[in-house]
Design a protein around this ligand. Structure first.
Ligand SMILES: Nc1ncnc2c1ncn2[C@@H]1O[C@H](COP(=O)(O)OP(=O)(O)OP(=O)(O)O)[C@@H](O)[C@H]1O
Ligand SMILES: [Mg+2]
Length: 245
């Protein structure tokens, strides 16, 4: 159950690559277990940089980011799962191989050197693939899967480590409404049944608002809360008057 007194992630920092011109100033967030935290904002504003900083991959310009009460830089391996914007899958390799790569943080040195996955790693891989509904495709190369299926592989690869925090950078991408809904249901299930906190970047605020517990917009170097009244209605295709051709 979420414990509001004990957030899994707490960030109070300036983020970016230049001290003079930070992408995010005075970021001040705290996220609890099981919470889904949505971030929207125009292209190039700094969403991916913020996600990568929260993941501990980029140092903050100033301030601190703590995970489970300790600096994020000392977070246990595998405790933060990242689904990168470009998924980062090895496309010519199988679903099983890609998900197993996510289990590697659990491997010891000998297993890593000799590429010997333990039984535990193989079981966790199989279970992660099952949980995203891809058991029948576990031997298929990723480049033969649909866009939605590839996203499910990326989710399984992040989940195989049993993270406490999942960072999903535009993992709904250009999916059609039904496939996006499938992925959303999967993320909801992960947050509700496993208590995983999720930060998701989505370019569609109306869609994000349907499943996020709280919503923020990165705008003019600040991360600002979004209220229902600020959100556009979920739209379908634009209406076009008169003949198209
Ligand atoms: N390693 C880097 N060094 C310096 N600047 C960078 C670096 N990586 C990204 N940037 C710059 O930081 C800014 C924010 O990039 P970022 O990828 O975080 O944007 P974004 O909001 O995720 O955009 P999109 O919605 O297109 O994915 C961009 O101007 C980009 O050029
Ligand atoms: Mg991005």
């Amino acid at each position: 159950m979420p414990d509001p007194g004990n957030p899994i992630l707490k960030a109070s920092a300036d983020i970016g690559f230049s001290k003079e011109r930070p992408l995010v100033r005075n970021l001040d967030i705290s996220i609890n277990q099981g919470e889904i935290f949505g971030i929207v904002g125009r292209s190039g504003i700094g969403k991916t940089t913020m996600i990568r900083t929260i993941a501990g991959l980029i140092p903050p310009i100033s301030g601190k980011i703590s995970f489970d009460g300790n600096p994020v830089s000392s977070a246990p391996r595998g405790s933060i799962g990242l689904i990168p914007q470009r998924l980062g899958l090895v496309n010519h390799q199988s679903v099983g191989y890609n998900v197993l790569m996510g289990a590697l943080p659990r491997a010891n040195l000998i297993q890593t050197i000799f590429s010997l996955p333990s039984r535990g790693m193989r079981d966790a891989t199989r279970e992660a693939i099952r949980s995203v509904g891809l058991s029948e495709k576990s031997l298929d190369p990723v480049n033969r899967l649909s866009g939605g299926e590839q996203r499910r592989v990326a989710i399984a690869r992040a989940m195989v480590q049993s993270p406490k925090l999942l960072l999903a950078d535009e993992c709904l991408g250009e999916l059609d409404a039904d496939t996006a809904k499938e992925i959303i249901n999967l993320l909801r299930e992960i947050s509700q049944s496993l208590g995983v906190a999720i930060i998701i970047v989505d370019h569609n605020p109306a869609r994000a608002n349907t499943f996020c517990d709280s919503m923020f917009e990165l705008k003019g170097n600040r991360l600002l809360p979004l209220r229902d009244g600020d959100l556009p209605l979920q739209t379908s295709l634009p209406q076009i008057e008169g003949p198209i051709i």
